[in-house]
Design a protein around this ligand. Sequence first.
Ligand SMILES: NC(=O)c1ccc[n+]([C@@H]2O[C@H](COP(=O)([O-])OP(=O)(O)OC[C@H]3O[C@@H](n4cnc5c(N)ncnc54)[C@H](OP(=O)(O)O)[C@@H]3O)[C@@H](O)[C@H]2O)c1
Length: 453
Amino acid sequence: MPFGAGWGAFVMGRFGVGGARRENGCVDPSERATIPPTFRVPEPGRRRDVVILGSTGSIGTQAVDVVKANPDRFRVTALAAGGGRVDLLAEQALELGVKAVAVAKAGAAEDLQLAFYAEAKRRGFERGEFAIPAISAGPDAVAQLAGTTDLPCDVVLNGITGSLGLASTIAALSAGHLLALANKESLIVGGPLVKRLAAPGQIVPVDSEHSALAQCLAAGDRTEVRRLVVTASGGPFRGRSRAELAGVTPEQALNHPTWDMGPVITINSATLVNKGLEVIEAHLLFDVPFDDIEVVVHPQSMIHSMVEFVDGTTFAHAGPPNMRLPIAYALGHPKRVPEAAPPVDWTKAQSWTFEPLDHEVFPAVRLAAEAGRRGRTVPAVYNAANEECVQAFLEHRLPFTGIVDTVARVVSEHETGEGPLTLDDVLRAETWARERARELTSAETAGVRGASG
Ligand SMILES: NC(=O)c1ccc[n+]([C@@H]2O[C@H](COP(=O)([O-])OP(=O)(O)OC[C@H]3O[C@@H](n4cnc5c(N)ncnc54)[C@H](OP(=O)(O)O)[C@@H]3O)[C@@H](O)[C@H]2O)c1
């Protein structure tokens, strides 16, 4: 393990198998029999079998690139996606020669089958020269693949977008696979449930900030850490006033200055909700109190995060913004993958700047920390309300500033209850938050229409 005692486990907890499977594909960790962990770090030096979830997205396609560039280190055995881009999925699957493919959309199975034949024809394959992978489709298909023990699998990369990645995170952990976790939402909404399932070292973060923090934390032990400093690019609207944010369009918000990502995380970066989620993620991964996690704006995105130690030393992780680096690090963990991404070019003059976050204009980070402190179902409510509001904004039904305002209102109205958190609590809270956010955003839409009509 490269991380010092106490930090080696990104997520501490117990791990078991069995338990009740729900209709939504999740196994409830609170109903799980407690048995000793079965997770083992895959042997270093042996080629790893990888299952990529969300393979057609921004993280997924970059993970495919990492695997293709390192055939001696990695082999993809299965792919999964939503089912929206079957042509790309078929292309990836035939190129990588995977054994199985899963899509969440039940109706996409036939389209995927046709896409396989079209792709095989495009590649000039004759009948009998190629094998179509096993196809599964439906709401539980992706999580079932994440938890597969029928296929060779050392690492599951969860690159699904949104909290619907929770079932797959739970399934991968339950099956004892190393989990390269890009889908931060599943950790945030699952919170203690996900932590309970994870054996020490079983979750390796893919988020560049948390990958950086984990590597910086290896420089000392827990008692020596004063605080975590999470960097933020500030998004496309850094430096604007709240009034200037009111009229921004989805097109402007989708234009991130330093990172090329999927639409939800790009909007979340513009509102700083993503940074709020990352603060909760850092708290959950590294067990650092919210008061000791700070966000600093660093527009060049060259420093991916920092750890300040008690003696006044600060360790920073640097590199040009490129998700292939943390993806490769997570897939190969604990070994580094040579040439995963270009390093900083020190022959060129450059300036890296840092500034405090304007919490008045971007209240999402404080709101997230508050949600994290309240704990239980509140982070799930923060995330679910935000997912609804982002959709409303992208569909021009909600102004940009309405996203965080609505999330704040939903969070403030939420009564979280007491007692040990169960999966049912989380799912009920999410459903409530989505419905409440939809009510509030449709009232806002009606108001906007009324005012303009
Ligand atoms: N992009 C980044 O640079 C970045 C950086 C750090 C963290 N992350 C995190 O990584 C995750 C993925 O982000 P992204 O930017 O890659 O998103 P994205 O580009 O929107 O891709 C999302 C992927 O999830 C798939 N998907 C959608 N619904 C699904 C379902 N029900 N079951 C299985 N797969 C489903 C999509 O498939 P279809 O193509 O079929 O819709 C697509 O492959 C998010 O949690 C994000 O916060 C991303």
